[in-house]
Structure formats: C-alpha cells, structure tokens
Design a protein around this ligand. Structure first.
Ligand SMILES: *Cc1c(COP(=O)(O)O)cnc(C)c1O
Length: 421
C-alpha cells in the first residue's frame, strides 16, 4: 500500500478552506481516487508526493518542466537575480536581452511582450488582433484550450454569453469548416486562433494537416486578419521555433508560456512587425510582469534550448516509450492508442468509453512509481534517461498484465460518467 495519510489529512483541511478542495487543472477530482493531490518536492524527472512516495513524472507540471525540476543552472540564475531585486519600480535590462534572444529564435517574431500566464498572452493576442484590424470576430477551433479567462473559459459557470460574443468555431484540420467560419465572420474577421496541434483532453491528439495550416495563413492574408498560433503548451517540445514552423507556416502572433523559463512564472506574446503598432497601442500590464528573476531563468532555459540536443534527446526517449508501450500493449491484447508528438503523448484504450481501463491501468502505473494521466496529454522532459523510460516500460508491462486479469470485472468509473452523456 502507498502511504497516503498526509495527503488525506491535507485534503480534509483543504475542503474547509479551498473551494471544491482544489481548483483548476491541478485538482485530482477527475483522476483515479488513489492519485495524490499534494506534493512535497521535485528533482529532475521525479516528484515526491506529500507522503514521500517517489514518482517518475510524465506530467511535468502540465508542461512547465522542460529541462528537469529544480535544475541547478536555471535555478541558480533565478535565485541570484532574485537576491538583487526581482519586482521593482521598473524592469531590468534582462527584458531587452530576453526579447532579443527569443525573437532571434522564433522565425516570425520581431517583438515580444512578457506577462505571467499563458492566458495573459492569449488575451493580449486577442486585443492586438482587434486593435490591428479594428474588427471584432475571431475564429477558434472547437474544443481548443486557450486559457481560463471568461472569453475562452471551458465551463459556463460565471461566464455570460456576452463574454463569448464575436467568436465563430471551426473543426480542427477541416479546411471546409475553417472556410465556412471565416465566411461567417464576413468583413469582421480579426484573427484566426490556431492550436499548433489538436491537443484537447479526453480525445486522441491530432497533428496539424499542413494544408489546413497553409489555408489558415491564406485566409488571414486575403482578409487582413492576424494568424495566431497558441504555442503555450506545445512550444519548445516540437521545434526550437514556433511549432507551425514544422509545417512551414509562420503566424503573425504566437503565445508562449509554461516551459520557456523551466517552471518560473513568465509567459510571452511574440509578434511580427506588421502587428507592432497595434501591440503598442493596447493597454496591457500586470504588477508582476516585469519581474527580473523569471527572465534570468528564461535566458538560461533558452540558452540550453539553443546549445544542447535537449529536443532530439526527448524525441529519442519518446520514441523508445511509444515503441515499447505499443509492443507491450499488443502482447497483452489491448488496443492502446498513443497520439500526438512523442514528446507529448496521450494514451487511451480502445473500447473504454468511461475510461475504466485507463483509470485502472494508470492506478497500476502509480502503484509502480510512474505518474501518467488517463485522459490529458503528457510531457517528457530533458532530464529523463533511457533507464527512466525502461522503468516506465517495466511498470507498463506489469500494469497491462494486471489489467488483463481484471478487465472483465472493472467497475464503471462514476466520476467519468459525463463522458457517456
Ligand atoms: C495552458 C494553456 C494556456 C493557458 O496558460 P496558463 O498559463 O494556464 O494561463 C493557453 N493555451 C494553451 C494551449 C495551454 O495549454
């Protein structure tokens, strides 16, 4: 049995002082019951939960962990800058250096605005596109996540229809549907928001069809609207550039967050010169957006991105994981779908509408010290090693065997019954 008494005690206390016991994407409400809610520390590719159980972590903080948790060089850069002043009356020169470095790395980018959360960056993208065009309507892909602000919130509670006005939806990778959405926007199209790939929860991931990406670019060019790629999640795990550079399409704006300072709080909107005037005209700011220490961490992270083979290393590990899992799933006779880039895998079982197989298998992985997610895309980090992948594969082999023994008698997962509706 995994120890969990500290976690249970913290949950009880949290239930009294934190709405719902925990809010947002880090709530374990929709995870198997044995998943820990609280953690105590992290190093490299590993996490320790509040009860001290060690876990090889394939969630990477839902993206922010790129080079490894508590990376010495990145955290040294952060701490030494913090000790000299972090939040001050004005920014340090690091903001200029970071804008220079980042725009040099990202082909379409000529300028940068730094903020805190990915949702800040997508909101600034929306405002910049509206200011640039003098128009209101944006085209979005159905189900794509762009943050938790009212304009893009994924649940209706607390959100008004007016918050979501001036939006038209299309189906990802469906050119006809994209064209219909643009036609519906008429002469009011301000932007097409594109996810770098379809990385929605509860469903297989889908890589972008280059023809769809090119058509989005053409439609923006012919209407004067701006093309936005929301690279907050996939950024730096597909390319050392905007993720759509892999399909040969350059956007006008790209939003970044999560991992470019290896977990330190900073996000960015990068833009092309044509949108620079509009970006200078909007009012956007935040008390903590100019902090120097996250910028120092970002500079060190981007140096590693440029100067090391971190990406090829992660791709090698991701391929080893994908091939090894496919082999083990097949040996146990399970249809096991692994989708998305190998650096950002998502696992779903065939014939598993309420995820009872996925929940059981993920719990078995957890028991064997490996943290996987039953319905959200995962992330590899550069601190992982081939031995870590082999540990995950050994755990998976045993977990498939355990699932096979139980598969006939699994109980429905009550908390996931909404998926059947
Ligand atoms: C996480 C995410 C966001 C929002 O970023 P926050 O830092 O959570 O505000 C926006 N877009 C995508 C694609 C994301 O994955």
């Amino acid at each position: 049995m995994r120890a969990n008494s500290r976690d249970r005690d913290l949950r009880d206390r949290a239930a009294a002082v934190i709405p719902g016991g925990m809010f947002g994407h880090q709530s374990t409400r929709l995870l198997p019951d044995d998943y820990p809610q609280f953690f105590s520390r992290a190093k490299g590719a590993r996490l320790w939960d509040a009860d001290g159980n060690e876990l090889l972590d394939f969630m990477c903080a839902y993206g922010p962990n790129l080079m490894g948790y508590a990376d010495d060089a990145i955290d040294d850069a952060y701490v030494s800058r913090m000790r000299q002043g972090d939040t001050m009356t004005g920014p340090t020169g690091l903001i200029v250096e970071l804008a220079e470095q980042f725009t040099r790395m990202v082909t379409h980018a000529d300028w940068a605005i730094f903020c805190k959360n990915g949702g800040d960056a997508t909101q600034i993208a929306l405002m910049t596109a509206r200011a640039h065009t003098g128009r209101k309507t944006v085209v979005l892909a159905k189900g794509a996540y762009h943050g938790a602000a009212p304009w893009c919130a994924t649940r209706p509670n607390g959100v008004t229809p007016e918050d979501k006005a001036n939006q038209v939806f299309c189906v990802y990778n469906d050119i006809a549907s994209l064209e219909a959405a643009v036609a519906a926007a008429g002469d009011d199209l301000a932007a097409i928001f594109a996810a770098p790939m379809k990385h929605d929860a509860f469903t297989d991931q889908v890589l972008p069809d280059p023809a769809y990406a090119r058509r989005a670019r053409e439609l923006c060019d012919s209407t004067g609207a701006l093309l936005v790629v929301d690279d907050v999640r996939a950024g730096l795990r597909i390319a050392r550039d905007c993720s759509w550079s892999a399909v040969g399409v350059q956007p006008d704006l790209s939003s970044w967050g999560k991992c470019f300072a290896n977990g330190h709080p900073i996000s960015a909107l990068l833009g092309a010169n044509k949108a620079k005037r509009a970006a200078a005209q909007i009012f956007t700011t935040g008390s903590f957006w100019y902090q120097a220490a996250p910028m120092a961490a970002a500079l060190e992270t981007l140096r590693r991105v440029r100067e090391t083979d971190y990406l090829e290393h992660m791709e090698g590990l991701g391929t080893r994981l994908r091939d090894g899992l496919a082999e083990r799933a097949a040996a146990s006779g399970f249809g096991f779908r692994q989708t998305g880039p190998v650096t950002m895998p998502l696992f779903l079982f065939d014939e598993d509408p309420d995820l009872r197989k996925g929940f059981f298998w993920s719990s078995q992985m957890l028991k064997r010290g490996v943290y996987v997610h039953p319905w959200h895309n995962m992330f590899l980090c550069a601190a992982m090693t081939p031995a870590d992948i082999d540990q995950a594969l050994d755990a998976a082999e045993d977990s498939f065997v355990a699932l096979k023994a139980q598969a006939g008698s699994l109980e429905p997962v009550a908390k996931m019954s909404f998926l059947l509706a």
